[in-house]
Ligand binder design. Sequence first.
Ligand SMILES: Cc1cc2nc3c(=O)[nH]c(=O)nc-3n(C[C@H](O)[C@H](O)[C@H](O)COP(=O)(O)O)c2cc1C
Length: 164
Amino acid sequence: MERDADQEFRRAMGAFATGVTVVSAARPGAGLSGMTVNSLTSVSLQPRLVLWCLGDQSERYDTFAEAEYWGVAILGADAEARARRFARAETETIEPHEAEMFAGAPVLREGVAQFACRTHERHVAGDHLIIIGRVLDFRVRPGPALSFFRGCYGRIDANDFGDK
Ligand SMILES: Cc1cc2nc3c(=O)[nH]c(=O)nc-3n(C[C@H](O)[C@H](O)[C@H](O)COP(=O)(O)O)c2cc1C
């Protein structure tokens, strides 16, 4: 049972609106796993580095903690079902036709941006593992993105703010 103060902290951080991504990696046995992640952060331009934070209670911890090559797809606005699917271990499997190899990393074939990453550093921080990845390649596509704010999915479009 979560303590009140923890719930309050979660609620406060939920006021930080984010995009939604799916991080993908090969399982140690076989197949590909995808996890819904909103902790993605840009870290450095030279060299290009990004990070995300992996919870240590995740059933998929070993897959993502140990992966050397992994992908990130920033989900488009129409992908709420995909975000819900990859937030559950029972439906984490990425079918072969849903992914592609991009600069040596398995990446979901969708989204408004994709990144191929190789693990650069890992740091244990409390109950999460910070995974810093070197960006091997990336591409970006036009279109609105899926957002996450106060526990709800939404849509964010540059045109909504008059930015053409
Ligand atoms: C919008 C959203 C963002 C999430 N972001 C993260 C994240 O940054 N890091 C993380 O470890 N889990 C994150 N999760 C939770 C995982 O997707 C997953 O639900 C959790 O790891 C429990 O499933 P598992 O035990 O099968 O891994 C997020 C879930 C949602 C719905």
